[in-house]
Design a protein around this ligand. Sequence first.
Ligand code: PLP
Length: 401
Amino acid sequence: MSEKMSVYLDNSATTRQYDQVTDAMAGAMRYAYGNPSSLHSLGVEAEKMVRTARKSLAASLGCSEEEVIFTSCGTEADNTVIMGTASSRKRAGKKIITTAVEHPAVLEPARRLESMGYQVEYIGVDKNCRLDMDHLKAAISEDTILISVMGVNNEAGTIMPLSEIARIKDGYNKAHGTQIWLHSDAVQAMGKISINVKKTWQGVDMISVSGHKIHGPKGMGALYVRKGLNLEPFMIGGGQEKHMRSGTENTPGIVGFGAACDLAMSGFDERVRKMSEARKYLLDGIKAEIKDVLINSPEEAGSEAGLCCPSVLNVSFLGTRGEVILHTLEQDGIYVSTGSACSSNKKGRSHVLAAMGLKDKEIEDAIRFSFSEFNTQAEMEYTLEKVKQAVARFRKLGSFR
Ligand code: PLP
């Protein structure tokens, strides 16, 4: 137990790339260096690789290949939806509905639109980050053009009720002759819950995903846009991706994303089971062995709305400071996060935990553990021991209770 381990528990920030992904990307870099738009055989070869990866994305989303647009990251996919919808639907209305707990990749473009005269309504959440559905229903009106709700919250791990929201949106559109579009930022959901538009997420019109959250490459994203939706492109230029996203394709990145998708989908249940087990071990241990904690995530993990995604556990260790605990654990080889590490607001107070009603001090005390299939029980035993020691040491110094 005393031997130092290396335990990576920051998988919501980013994941370790699968070796098979790295190999596939290296092959693409070495040999498929042609421009997919070129007419010669090297270009054709690269174009084939892009097509294969597009098939993989389409299979995991349950859509057709022509509905998949590759982007440079999840942020670009989100920006494309928010800015593109506003621009293509400006005559239909000026209202957008989103949540108070979205990632800045959605919140910031939404704020930009507010400054341009759009009305944005932010739906609140409860103490476990569950969406206020009454508020959402009441917010929908005839001038609404877009509803954007994330699939899984990146800080609390709460699964949002996308299929229910899709039903409400479709019902409203039918009754009022409107064409409200529904988007989901599924960057944290992919690989952990089903986001298949034919099965679980019927009626969701646009979905953003990102490669580096599923053991794929960083700097790679994709956007599903339902066929027939007239979304205005965000990046314009050479007309790649059927004019939806100009710019020479990142062939190695696309190949890597496709390979990561294939791996995530094969043995999906087994991968999720491993994450869930690691999470449960740590959660049970924290509850049994550490006093004065707040479990900010829904305790039960699963795949249904309102439960927690199996990869996330957010806990406030009262009377400590998350940042100090983070660095103490780092010295023991354990990597965690205090909030969402991929937001620029690294030092700021978490807007998600604030929206969940946590007091400032409880937010400051919060740690996010985020799991992957690579985490083992031995790692969790080690982590629990080190968390216990770090919390006890801090509380002793701070004379907590
Ligand atoms: N949306 C959510 C929910 C995220 O968690 C993140 C990154 O953490 C993003 C969007 C941004 O994705 P990317 O890093 O690919 O731009």
